[in-house]
Design a protein around this ligand. Structure first.
Ligand SMILES: C[S@@+](CC[C@H](N)C(=O)[O-])C[C@H]1O[C@@H](n2cnc3c(N)ncnc32)[C@H](O)[C@@H]1O
Length: 400
């Protein structure tokens, strides 16, 4: 314990977009069941609506940093302090890290530190970063480890966050935001963030063994690619991208290796369609990099052409045994089409299309308040869910 009344921590923290706690927990539970026979995941504590905290278990932490698709950061919290100025911050981090640094640092480690949300601290972000960095290096030296600062090629990255007067220092186990999977190299008109696509699939209860999945506004294919990756539980990272956790001594030799899909045998049936003829190739290239091109049926089509007959035809070879399906997408919301009447007509046509798929579900993320009325059905679920900076709603419809 330090003068400011705080001390070492040992937590796994999953950070996601606001409103995603339930799906993040659900996804981790599913991954754990598949990866380990002997891990019982406790109920997480929640911090706000987009952060889950578990007691630290190195295999679960490694699993999350390698496979968890609905989170944005996977962190190992190692210490916290209520220090409000730089001097006590240095003293506290040094004192605590002297006790526990050998758990997460090692001789020869090259560290980097970033800060997030420290605007309310009594010193600038760079000073906070520099202070934590100096204290960690000094604490490591105290344990006989030589650790250097290396922002260009670090092999361990620390995150410093300030929340409710507490400065928390964590190891960023992936070393980058989880949504930067590495399969996307071209930008579409309005690509959905990868973690949000995964969240939508969880909220819509996508079941790859039971559902045909249709994204009628697939753009660059984010939802379709994430669906295929989730169906197979592929590692998040696409080579040459690699999570730092793989090379940290604290996790050496622990499963999983991150090389394999956890549900390799699942063969999903996924249709990705968009009216823009340039985007089919973009989708296929990204799907190829993600290793799921063979799982997708990618086409250029106006969504109005995707009636039951066309979908039956497209999926005939792959739909085996699938009686139900899910429409899932984020339709245009107005920034580009600009014309409200045209958009209302598009949403109404989408409602008509979906109503022809009895027994299916349809789910959309939309940042346009006319959508619900124009679409015309009563949603079973309506949940606020921001699309980046845009306030939006997630709608789920059960089609009678
Ligand atoms: C918001 S973007 C979807 C982005 C996509 N989720 C992604 O991750 O790249 C909406 C997409 O709808 C497509 N679109 C607009 N009108 C359409 C229509 N009538 N039929 C099919 N696609 C349409 C646009 O070309 C655009 O790619």
């Amino acid at each position: 314990m330090t003068e400011t009344g705080t001390g070492p921590l040992d937590n796994l923290r999953l950070i996601g977009a606001g409103g995603t706690n339930k799906v993040m927990a659900g996804e981790l539970m599913r991954l754990c069941r598949r990866a380990f026979d002997d891990v019982r995941l406790p109920e997480p504590k929640k911090h706000g609506t987009g952060a889950l905290i578990y007691p630290f278990e190195p295999r679960v932490a490694k699993l999350a940093a390698l496979y968890h698709r609905t989170s944005v950061r996977v962190l190992w919290d190692v210490l916290e302090t209520r220090a409000a100025r730089l001097e006590p911050l240095f003293a506290d981090v040094l004192a605590i890290a002297k006790q526990n640094a050998p758990r997460y640092l090692w001789d020869g480690a090259r560290l980097s530190v970033y800060a997030h949300g420290v605007e309310a601290f009594a010193a600038g972000e760079r000073q906070v970063v520099g202070t934590v960095k100096n204290a960690l290096i000094e604490a490591a030296a105290d344990s006989g480890m030589q650790v250097t600062l290396d922002p260009e090629t670090p092999n361990i990255i620390f995150a410093v966050r300030l929340s409710e007067g507490v400065v928390r220092v964590s190891v960023d186990l992936a070393g980058r935001p989880m949504n930067q999977r590495g399969y996307r190299s071209e930008r579409g008109v309005a690509p959905l963030r990868e973690d949000l696509a995964a969240v939508l699939l969880m909220l819509a209860r996508y079941d790859a063994r039971r559902d045909i999945l249709i994204d009628p506004f697939s753009g660059t294919g984010t939802i379709a690619i994430e669906a295929a990756c989730m169906a197979k539980a592929l590692p998040v990272w696409v080579s040459p991208r690699r999570a730092l956790v793989c090379d940290m001594p604290a996790f050496a030799g622990l499963p999983p290796s991150g090389a394999d899909a956890l549900f390799a045998d699942t063969e999903p049936c996924i249709v990705a369609a968009d009216a823009d003829p340039d985007l089919a190739d973009v989708t296929l290239r990204a799907a190829g990099r993600a290793g799921v091109a063979d799982s997708l049926i990618v086409l250029t089509s106006d969504m109005r052409e995707l009636g039951p007959g066309r979908i039956r035809e497209l999926t005939a070879e792959r739909a085996a045994g699938r009686e139900t399906g899910l429409f899932l997408g984020n339709p245009p919301y107005g920034e580009r089409i600009g014309d409200d009447d045209e958009l209302d007509a598009l949403y109404a046509d989408l409602g008509d299309l979906c109503s022809r798929f009895s027994g299916f579900r349809a789910a959309f993320l939309v940042a346009n308040r006319n959508f619900e009325r124009a679409f015309g059905m009563q949603p079973a679920i309506k949940k606020p869910l921001n699309n980046g900076p845009l306030p939006a709603y997630f709608y789920l419809y059960e089609i009678p």
